[in-house]
Ligand binder design. Structure first.
Ligand code: MG
Length: 392
């Protein structure tokens, strides 16, 4: 009898019998067909292509909430992405979903974010509004993986599977199909599979907990302030104090935060399981056709999580030090945008070449959105200081 290799081949594992009925099994395919890989299934290949992309590597130099000015220990968009991936894997595994697809989607979920976090995104959004357009980081991410990444000889972009491309644009929002005829292939009237739905709540859990952690480290938040404003944290902190009364505050804080993270993830898994059972969801088709998303916290923990968010908005995101820095960053982005729109020849040749096919403001927006934080500062120093002098 022929012995089977101890590892199942990539395309065999794609249809893993341990997957739940509502997990994604077989891909609807790639834009440019490829032969299956012997050891990795389609989604595992996508995951690896994402990790090998330039856009993924650039996440290291993009701000999550705190810029490098505060500390080297804080999250940047790359370490945030890894935290989201860990949480997503745990949730995906517990729900018996396709973890290759989950991992690919978690790793790619922020590649469309411009430099300097939400400040950079808001600045580009305002600038594009002047032209009656908008900047959407999910749509930008799709353009990155479809077009801007020029890596392979066979095709433009990364040639990712349909489900990963669909998840990139739909993981955190629904679309009205009317204004988006160019996205028609992505089944806009349907909800995305559970593997994509879980990315957004996992993202929120990751950054809510991380922002508490970094905010405490930055001394913008204190333990008494957090205990007063976040009752769920306070409950865990009290339990930790009983157990480790002699421990330093920092370690008690860590223990409480760890319990908070665990409670949120556990509730996400258990509430979703319950919802799936109640809705009688059995297949990907059922998930796609259901009237609402199915992966979410339950009502009680959901309320606690909203309190945590409100606390972070009030005490951290609106902090005056962070805001002053934001205004400066927004000015850099504004000035660079105007500079390149007026002088498109100063764009790198590959971007300048695009201005024959697309409006200049769109090309400039794509160029700036791809920059790292450092590169914005470098480009601003290089072009705008010199221009000011030459105008004098
Ligand atoms: Mg994120």
């Amino acid at each position: 009898m022929k012995r089977k290799a101890p590892w199942a081949k990539g395309h065999e594992r794609q249809d893993n019998p341990n997957l739940a009925g509502y997990a994604v099994r077989v891909s609807a395919g790639r834009r440019y067909p490829e032969t299956p890989h012997p050891y990795r299934n389609d989604y595992e290949r996508d995951r690896d292509r994402i990790i090998h992309s330039r856009a993924f590597r650039r996440l290291e130099n993009k701000t999550q909430v705190f810029t490098r000015r505060y500390s080297d220990h804080f999250r940047n968009r790359l370490t945030h992405t890894l935290e989201v991936t860990q949480i997503s894997r745990t949730v995906g595994q517990a729900l018996r979903l396709n973890t290759g697809l989950v991992e690919a989607l978690a790793l790619v979920h922020d590649v469309g974010h411009p430099p300097f976090g939400h400040t950079g995104e808001a600045a580009l959004g305002r600038l594009m509004e002047r032209y009656g357009e908008r900047f959407d980081h999910n749509l930008h991410a799709l353009r990155i993986v479809e077009d801007f990444e020029q890596k392979y000889a066979e095709y433009p972009g990364l040639n990712l599977t349909f489900e990963v491309r669909e998840g990139i644009i739909k993981h955190s929002r629904d679309y009205d199909p009317e204004p988006y005829p160019e996205l028609a292939e992505y089944r806009l009237r349907e909800k995305p599979p559970l593997e994509a739905q879980l990315i957004d709540p996992a993202d929120e859990i990751a950054y809510d907990c991380a922002d508490l952690d970094d905010g405490y480290e930055a001394k913008l938040l204190t333990v008494p302030l957090i205990r007063e404003g976040v009752p769920l944290f306070d409950r865990f902190y009290r339990a930790v104090e009983r157990k480790y009364s002699a421990a330093p505050e920092k370690l008690k804080f860590n223990e409480a935060l760890k319990r908070l993270l665990d409670a949120l993830v556990t509730d996400l898994i258990e509430s979703t399981e319950q919802r799936l059972r109640k809705a009688g969801v059995r297949s990907v088709g059922d998930v796609r056709g259901y009237f609402s998303r199915l992966v979410a916290l339950g009502p009680r923990v959901g309320r606690e999580s909203r309190r945590l968010k409100a606390f972070l908005h009030q005490n951290l995101y609106s902090n005056e030090n962070i805001n002053a820095e934001r205004r400066q960053i927004a000015r850099y982005v504004d000035e660079l945008f105007e500079f390149f729109v007026k002088r498109p020849r100063r764009l790198p040749p590959s971007y300048f070449a695009k201005t024959t096919r697309e409006p200049v403001h769109r090309v400039v927006c794509d160029y700036i959105a791809g920059m790292t934080d450092n590169y914005v500062q470098e480009q601003h120093g290089r072009f705008l200081r010199r221009t000011k002098k030459s105008n004098e």
